[in-house]
Design a protein around this ligand. Structure first.
Ligand code: SF4
Length: 503
């Protein structure tokens, strides 16, 4: 029997998959492991602990008859860490914890990740199988948890930990650990992941992305629906500033992964905005210097994205498997203005600058994805109609020839815990349908993984959630033609890729 000190399990969204036959085409299975899990597991391994990462949805994808229970019976372990970063995994994370405790009642179960951090008190209150939740960044807290559990010592001084005491009380230690630098962490120790080769082989097929490259932590902005913005991170996990990795360290990860696995592209886990231009120029320069022949997917978090950035992107990455994305959500300047007044003065995506991006994407022949949403706060029916007209115009102009790499991507959005709209829905003119952990867990348990990955948990003063879902579906299919010409793939494959993103 193999013995580990700590196992990490990436939970699925749903455990009961009657539709296992359809599983292979479902992005909702969300096989991505949050990038930090690799760094935490590696950190513990370097301190002498035996670790393994198990990706439940991947194992299920590889073998629909795979059983976590059976697998756990073949190994011994003391601690089980379960990531609950994306709230979509709330039901899966709790069910996995129950299974682990059933097989190994003496093990300690610790949850981590942004959603677990946000709901730490509710999770510990309602689920006796969970022994602790680490709030925020977890390398040092989990190491101390493993050391102190091993020595049977008090957990009172472990930073960031909320836990159940021996007298069954819930204690919440303060958040004292926020990494100042990430350069001592290793994000590419993939040998500790079960089925690592299959993970990298399948990621692009299922998720449309091959390898998420860890770039840094934090974000300086506050988009209405996002739980990863500056204020949310500050209040939930204590991170007030962005920290970026040394580009030399990022290159080490990229070469390790590219040399070991057959990955066609890299997705950068941080976006472009003026304060990061220097970082991207250095990193892309290093990719060129190392002559790494691979596609790149980069997001623009805030404009501008000047011609110089297009030039360096063009020189670094081939057209195939590369893209630049921007998410204005709507082209209505009136809507952007309201968001700027309420939560983020940088939320500006003027139409002339979007048109400038389109011009440069055509000039440099690199795919540009423009992400829109029907049902964004403050959007009127007329705004949606105008966005639809814009999408149609793009389809008409760029949907007929291979040389115009513009793609309009439509998706509904989920209002994530901790986001400005979740914290203050009335300010955004929306009603949140679910806001406690119990409600959200049930919502994701019952929400079928059908068309869109994001489950709609709100309605606006104008649109009901059903209308938001249907409008996005309608717009998605209406603009499908624009992506037929993006990239250097057959139209059929490109359409499949866009569909894969939506399950
Ligand atoms: S969606 Fe907005 S707030 Fe969230 S990570 Fe991206 S830029 Fe930052």
């Amino acid at each position: 029997m193999k013995t580990y000190d700590v196992i990490f399990i990436h939970p699925p969204r749903q455990i009961e998959l009657e539709q296992s036959k359809l599983l292979k085409s479902y992005r909702s299975t969300y096989i991505f492991i949050p990038m930090g899990v690799f760094a935490i597991a590696d950190f513990l391994e370097r301190e002498g602990f035996g670790v393994e990462i198990i990706n439940y949805p991947l194992e299920q994808y590889l073998n629909p008859n795979w059983s976590l229970k059976d697998y756990l019976r073949t190994i011994d372990f003391k601690i089980c860490g379960i990531d609950l970063h994306w709230i979509h995994n709330a039901h899966g994370a709790i069910e996995i914890a129950r299974t682990v405790k059933e097989v190994n009642p003496n093990s300690k179960i610790v949850l981590g990740g942004f959603s677990a951090s946000y709901f730490h008190d509710q999770i510990l209150k309602y689920y006796g199988v969970i022994d602790g939740v680490i709030k925020g960044e977890a390398e040092v807290p989990l190491l101390e948890f493993a050391q102190k559990t091993d020595r049977n010592q008090s957990l009172d001084s472990i930073p960031n930990l909320s836990f159940r005491t021996t007298s069954n009380h819930i204690k919440s230690n303060p958040i004292k650990y926020v990494a100042k630098s990430l350069d001592d962490l290793n994000f590419s120790n993939t040998k500790i992941l079960k089925s690592a080769k299959q993970y990298f082989d399948c990621s692009r097929k299922i998720m449309g992305i091959s390898f998420n490259v860890p770039i840094g932590r934090g974000c300086p902005f506050n988009c209405p629906f996002c739980g990863g913005g500056q204020r949310a991170l500050q209040s939930v996990i204590g991170r007030s500033k962005v920290v970026l990795r040394n580009p030399e360290k990022v290159i080490e990860d990229i070469t390790t992964i590219v040399d070991t696995y057959n990955v066609p592209s890299l997705f950068f886990g941080h976006g472009s905005y003026p304060a990061t231009f220097k970082f991207w120029k250095t990193l892309f320069g290093l990719i060129q210097k190392e002559k790494i022949d691979i596609g790149g997917d980069l997001e623009i978090w805030r404009l501008p994205f000047p011609k110089e950035m297009w030039q360096i992107f063009y020189k670094t990455f081939p057209r195939r498997n590369s893209s630049i994305s921007i998410s204005p959500r709507t082209l209505s300047s009136k809507v952007h203005q309201r968001v700027m007044e309420i939560c983020d003065p940088t939320f500006k995506f003027p139409k002339n600058q979007i048109e400038g991006l389109i011009k440069n994407a055509n000039l440099y022949q690199r795919t540009l994805r423009i992400w829109l949403t029907a049902g964004f706060p403050f959007q009127s029916r007329l705004d949606v109609q105008k966005d639809f007209n814009f999408a149609l115009k793009c389809m008409y102009k760029y949907g007929k020839t291979k040389s115009k790499p513009i793609s309009i991507m439509i998706e509904p959005y989920h209002i994530f815990p901790g986001s400005p709209a979740f914290e203050s829905p009335e300010t955004f003119g929306i009603n949140l349908n679910y806001n406690s952990f119990l409600q959200l867990k049930d919502f994701f348990k019952n929400n079928k993984m059908l068309f869109f990955y994001n489950a709609i948990n709100y309605n606006t003063n104008i649109f009901s959630s059903a209308t938001i879902r249907n409008l996005n579906k309608f717009l998605f299919f209406s603009t499908a033609l624009t992506m037929i010409t993006t990239g250097h793939k057959s139209p059929e494959n490109n359409f499949k890729e866009k569909n894969a993103k939506y399950e």
